[in-house]
Design a protein around this ligand. Structure first.
Ligand SMILES: Cc1ncc(COP(=O)(O)O)c(C=O)c1O
Length: 307
């Protein structure tokens, strides 16, 4: 297949993100080293570039994604941006179903990459978007390539073959604890599985919102949500519920104190890292910062003073 330089170029920038040192908990817990994968360094600005590229290329290999198909999926935003960017780079049409209340920046980005948006009921959240995309695909199955990020093993594989291997290399295998948020659960499941195969003593903590009504875009409260088919509780040593406001506070704090402008789900991960650091005496903790705070500026959360 002939590919233009641009086509090969942008998708090759997915993955291999920097691992950053986080100093926030150092004074209180000097023997706990904390690092975070800076996933906003992906070309689409989030961790979801990894999953989207993996699922699209898997579809191409299996022959399920052909030139005449439109890529369709439900997405809270970041996966949509990733599909839209990769679809534009590879020459596919992209249709995205998302709850009406996702942030203005996300809608604008997706539109900029030429994708079409179908809005689902804001009150029904990401589950409403899942139900609507299933209806659309059932009506016209031949029109679409539906990766279904919640059920697709290629989502998990992106992290099993990418994120986890990078973390092992970047820490020279010193990682003792892994902490990550749960959305589709792909990041947590794929990374944890590989880490535990490498060293079964690596302790894993999954982070979900504390309750059903939360402000942590991108994360899912599993007890009250449609549970993703790829979720594998056997790789989670613990599942913790993060409260929204303290997660926002930590996202603001790390921007102002360390120059890391991260999104809210990174704040939730930081909340769990802080709790973990207080219970272990020493260790090398690695977490994932899924996206940047500039995706949420219009929500006004970063303007408040840091406590
Ligand atoms: C901002 C943000 N954080 C975390 C996640 C969770 O990642 P995963 O879907 O791999 O569980 C997502 C995924 O949608 C996200 O958009």
């Amino acid at each position: 297949m002939t590919q233009g330089i641009g086509i090969a170029g942008i998708t090759r920038l997915v993955g291999n993100t920097p691992l950053l040192r986080v100093r926030l908990f150092e004074r209180e817990h000097p023997n706990v080293e904390v690092y975070a994968k800076a996933e906003w360094f992906n070309p689409g600005g989030s961790v979801k570039d990894r999953a989207a590229l993996s699922m699209i290329e898997d579809g191409e290999r299996r022959g399920a994604l052909t030139r005449d198909k439109t890529i369709i999926d439900s997405t809270s935003g970041n996966t949509g941006i990733a599909y839209a960017l990769i679809g534009a780079a590879k020459g596919y049409r992209v249709k995205l179903v998302m709850p009406k209340n996702v942030s203005t920046e996300r809608k604008a980005l997706v539109t900029a990459y030429g994708a079409e948006i179908v809005y689902s009921d804001a009150g029904e959240g990401s589950d409403g978007a899942i139900r609507l995309v299933r209806e659309l695909v059932a009506k016209e199955p031949d029109l679409y390539f539906y990766p279904d990020q919640y059920s697709n093993p290629a989502n998990v594989r992106a992290h099993y073959e990418g994120t986890a291997v990078e973390i092992l290399e970047q820490t020279s295998g010193r990682i003792t604890h892994f902490v990550a948020g749960l959305g589709t659960t792909g990041t947590f499941v794929g990374t944890s599985k590989r880490l535990k195969e490498h060293d079964p003593s690596i302790h894993t903590v999954a982070v979900q919102p504390e309750d059903a009504f939360h402000g942590l875009e991108g994360l899912k409260h599993l007890p009250t949500a449609i549970v993703p088919r790829i979720w594998d509780p056997s790789v989670a040593d613990e599942v913790w519920g993060a409260p929204t406001e303290p997660a926002y506070d930590l996202a603001r704090t790390i921007a102002a104190r360390e120059g890391l402008l991260v999104g809210h789900s990174s704040g939730a991960a930081l909340w769990a890292v802080g709790k973990l650091a207080a219970t272990i005496r020493e260790g090398v903790v690695v977490t994932v910062f899924p996206d940047s705070g500039d995706r949420y500026l219009s929500m006004g959360l970063y303007g408040r003073p840091v406590k």
